[in-house]
Design a protein around this ligand. Structure first.
Ligand SMILES: C[S@@+](CC[C@H](N)C(=O)[O-])C[C@H]1O[C@@H](n2cnc3c(N)ncnc32)[C@H](O)[C@@H]1O
Length: 276
């Protein structure tokens, strides 16, 4: 499809070959308009420069690139997050672990300490710190490029988060937390999903453990007790078919109150337990 100068915003809203939400996101980004601005500027016509730019953006989307990377932003937990190919695009499913963390923080009287492992864009840590500014939130990632995005997201959303570059627990010494949350890479090497949709464009080190899908989960389950207070919670997001295996790993490692929680699609998406 070739977009011509002189086309009206209204015609583009009806005519781009994208679903209506993506169509709106792309037009707002390309024309520097808000959602409301798109409506009030419906008669506006594109100039040559805007038509060329929109054409290029549309070609990227039709080539499969995620809309969030094209516009550099995704909303998560009602907050705007900057995203780049250095980070996983935050998923709505991950709001479940944020809610579970917030429920547990509400029961802690003193300043609650949360650790978010593999923070990526900072989604979990920033959402929690924004909602509970009185909590002490630490977030780590092995990727310096991801941490730069996460720091920008904390600043943008006015969230106080301490960021650490760390290979899982390596940089933590003997520090302890009331809660540890993580959405680690859990897709097995060679899984066909890695070659499909948005995943083709996301950092492979955020998606797969390059093994059986459980190696990061095992490392976190094995290492967390040394960094949790007695009774502290470990909450882990995992794949749609991994809940029973993750519960078994948690039970084997001596956690109590081991359970799983379902996401909005009814899939067991988060499992966790307490340090015994
Ligand atoms: C599935 S992404 C989750 C990102 C973010 N927490 C979210 O939920 O949107 C997993 C993250 O774990 C990080 N990661 C992978 N291996 C790691 C390691 N050895 N130590 C620390 N972080 C790691 C990746 O860089 C990536 O940002």
């Amino acid at each position: 499809m070739k977009i011509a100068a002189g086309t009206t915003v209204q015609a583009l809203q009806a005519g781009l070959p994208l679903d209506p939400l993506e169509n709106r996101i792309l037009l707002c980004h390309a024309l520097g308009l808000t959602r409301v601005g798109l409506i009030t500027n419906s008669e506006r016509v594109l100039n040559e420069e805007e038509a060329v730019q929109l054409d290029a953006l549309l070609a990227r989307r039709l080539g499969g690139e995620p809309i969030a990377y094209i516009v550099g932003q995704r909303e998560f937990f009602g907050l705007p997050f900057q995203v780049s190919p250095a980070v996983l695009i935050p998923r709505p499913d991950t709001e479940l672990i944020v809610e579970l963390v917030l429920e547990r923080l509400a029961r802690i009287r003193s300043t609650a300490r949360l650790l978010d492992m593999g923070t990526g864009s900072g989604a979990i840590a920033v959402a929690v710190a924004h909602t509970r500014p009185d909590a002490s939130v630490t977030a780590l990632d092995v990727s310096e490029a991801a941490l730069a995005v996460a720091r920008a997201n904390a600043a943008r959303n006015g969230a106080q988060v301490r960021f650490l570059r760390s290979d899982w627990f390596a940089a933590l010494e003997d520090e302890t937390f009331d809660l540890i949350a993580s959405n680690p890479p859990y897709i097995a090497a060679g899984d066909t999903h890695l070659a499909q949709g948005d995943l083709r464009f996301e950092p492979s080190g955020a998606l797969t453990d390059f093994a059986d899908g459980f190696s990061a989960l095992r490392t976190i389950i094995g290492g967390a007790p040394a960094h949790l207070v007695a009774g502290g919670w470990l909450l882990l997001e995992h794949g749609y078919d991994q809940a029973a295996a993750v519960r078994a790993l948690l039970l084997d490692a001596g956690y109590t109150e081991v359970q799983s929680w379902r996401d909005l699609s009814g899939i067991e998406r988060v499992s966790g337990g307490r340090r015994g």
